[in-house]
Design a binder for this molecule. Structure first.
Ligand code: C2E
Ligand code: MG
Ligand code: MG
Length: 594
């Protein structure tokens, strides 16, 4: 029997022995090939026409959690691919099968590129970017699909996150400023085309800064997240709630039949904010101030609508916070004035535009002068006299109150020295201290320096603070108040009755005096409620061993009423208006006998 002959590669003819040798070579070749494939980082997978796995390299094993032997000969789409992805591959494979004998070339030079999910043995999903090429065994005509892939899960996730972050705020998951502008511009287009109304609500949390400053930024962030969860509950799905930075949120109310519908939503939001937010183990009540502008009445473009809702929000803040205001054109006039005042205020100290007035205070038991309150005055070349009621809040907000307040104290101490000895008793000079000054870390140092510089006796100085300033953060306030007291300075709580004082704290505060706000004094003889409040304040203050001064006493009836209540001191136009220093000297000289 002649040797069986085989025709292999390049028409080379070999015998059985030769074939054996060739098999060994092929086997070795195959092993070498597998070793090579195992060293490449890419996933390499070969499947036959039925989708059964022919080759599965080490990278595939590592990623899938299967070893080759577990999968060898099994249809890959039953194991590794999702059904939808499997269909895509099958279709591709089928389309090739139709002309599979035509060529061993891939469908195009780079092969077919597809991304699909791969389900690994432990059930986790990885996104793989595959390049498929057809390989055809010329000899047998059998075609295979060679797939090489890379795991792009992390990359794609990062891409998606990036895409998300260009439109959503990472902290609150609400639309961010960019998406908000997109939606607003779309809304505007729709409203113009179909003659519709819509409203823009500008929200700013009240007391957010306080939470941030006292409980830390993490709690501040938590508060924003919790607030952000509440807001969408108050609106329809078709509306947009966006977080545009800091503690500012905006809402587009898309379907508005009448302006008052916006008020209903604003009321809902205010209602939600009456409930405390639980920030870890702190319970926190924060309000919200809302400004509303309505298209088309309050603006015909994005910037105007946004600016006007912002202006209205400031108005809401100015009128007691935790409320809402609709925009009206007067607000712009106010906002403009405020802006101009701010810029003038920045130059006022340098231009010597401030002066001080002093208003005497009287002891009611003997009608003797007891001291005076220092009140700042501002005359501007542009606006004439500007009341402290108007500019002190601007100075507070801008931080200008710090240098202005220092100037007041220094000037008051310097001027006040000359009046000591002119009355029969030492005169206690009161100076108002604003919230921002009180919270400033340099407060104590600054007071010490001014007292040292001017030589003013601290025991003849009284600092007036409003209730809200000390109550806001009572524990740290007590520390600062103690430092002030330790210097020998007196402390008064100004405008008492206007805030929400906690009596238990009041007892712990090292204070000397309460000043009853003039709003209670003005109707004390006619309004039984005001009379009751004044009576209660005086009785409570005395039981806490505090002195009481009544502010804004204008009539002798008021004075007599207060005297009957055993009020200690009074101050007001009945005795004297605030006076410039020269007039105050004259006042003292005229009253020297007291
Ligand atoms: P305040 O500290 O409660 O001062 C009392 C205010 O009542 C003063 O208003 C005073 O002029 C006014 N007043 C006194 N007697 C009467 C009266 O019989 N009837 C009426 N209707 N008003 C009377 P002013 O000077 O306009 O100051 C307003 C507020 O501005 C002050 O209220 C105080 O909170 C603030 N302020 C004034 N000067 C300073 C300052 O130097 N620093 C700070 N931080 N605030 C100041
Ligand atoms: Mg005062
Ligand atoms: Mg006052």
């Amino acid at each position: 029997m002649g040797l069986k002959q085989y025709r292999v590669f390049n028409d080379e003819v070999i015998t059985d022995d030769g074939l054996m040798a060739l098999r060994v070579r092929l086997f070795e070749h195959n092993n070498v090939l597998m070793s090579v494939l195992d060293t490449v980082g890419a996933l390499v997978l070969v499947i036959d026409r039925d989708g059964c796995i022919v080759c599965f390299n080490r990278s595939c094993e590592n990623l899938s959690g299967y070893v080759y032997d577990e999968l060898r000969g099994k249809p890959v789409w039953e194991i590794l691919w999702r059904e939808a992805d499997a269909k895509e591959i099958k279709d591709f494979f089928d389309s090739l099968s139709c002309n599979s004998h035509a060529s061993s070339q891939p469908p195009d030079e780079g092969g077919l590129k597809l991304e699909n999910y791969w389900i690994s043995k432990n059930g986790s999903r990885r996104l793989i970017s595959w390049t498929y090429n057809v390989i055809i065994d010329n000899e047998s005509g059998v075609s295979y699909l060679l797939a090489s892939g890379i795991d792009v899960t992390a990359h794609r996730l990062a891409e998606r996150r990036l895409e998300y972050l260009t439109h959503f705020d990472a902290l609150t998951d609400l639309p961010n400023r960019t998406l908000f502008y997109d939606r607003l511009s779309h809304m505007l287009g729709q409203a113009r085309r179909y003659n519709r109304m819509f409203a823009l609500l500008f929200l700013d949390l009240d007391g957010f800064k306080y939470v941030n400053d006292t409980l830390g930024h993490d709690m501040g962030d938590l508060l924003l997240q919790k607030a952000a969860k509440q807001l969408p509950v108050c609106v329809r799905d078709s509306d947009t709630v966006a977080h545009i930075g800091g503690d500012e949120f905006v809402i587009i109310l898309s379907e508005l039949n009448k302006t008052s519908d916006a008020a209903i939503v604003a009321d809902k939001i205010l209602e939600v904010f009456t409930k405390p937010f639980q920030l870890d183990n702190h319970e926190c009540v924060v309000g919200v101030s809302i400004g509303i502008s309505v298209y088309p009445a309050d603006g015909d473009d994005i910037d105007t609508l946004l600016k006007n809702s912002d202006v209205a929000m400031y108005q809401a803040k100015d009128t007691g916070r935790n409320n809402y205001k609709f925009y009206n054109s007067d607000m712009n006039i106010k906002a403009m004035r405020r802006m101009k005042l701010e810029s003038s205020l920045r130059k006022a100290l340098q231009r010597n535009e401030f002066t001080l007035n002093f208003q005497p205070k009287f002891e009611l038991s003997d009608d003797k002068i007891a001291g005076m309150e220092t009140l700042i005055r501002w005359h501007t070349p542009q606006y004439g006299f500007v009341s402290p009621v108007e500019f002190i809040p601007v100075a507070e907000e801008t931080g200008l109150i710090i240098p202005i307040g220092e100037w007041v104290l220094r000037q008051a101490c310097a001027v006040g020295m000359q009046w000591q000895g002119m009355a029969s008793v030492p005169l206690i000079m009161a100076v108002n201290l604003s919230a921002r000054q009180f919270k400033s870390h340099d407060l104590i140092k600054s007071i010490e320096a001014i007292l040292k510089e001017t030589g003013y006796n601290p025991e003849l100085l009284e600092l007036e603070l409003t209730e809200s300033v000390v109550m806001e953060d009572a524990n740290s306030a007590i520390k600062v108040l103690r430092d002030i007291k330790n210097m020998g300075i007196h402390i008064a709580i100004d405008d008492f009755g206007m805030g929400y004082s906690s009596l238990s704290y009041l007892k712990r505060f090292p204070i000397d005096r309460l000043k009853i706000d003039k709003s209670f004094v003005s109707d004390i003889t006619t309004d039984p409620d005001d009379a009751a409040i004044a009576t209660a304040i005086i009785a409570m203050a005395h039981s806490l061993k505090l002195k009481v001064t009544a502010e804004g006493v204008e009539t002798s009836e008021q004075l007599e009423f207060l005297r009957k209540l055993n009020c200690d001191e009074a101050q007001g136009y009945l005795f004297s208006k605030p006076l410039v220093p020269e007039k105050f000297t004259e006042f003292l000289q005229g009253r020297k006998i007291t």
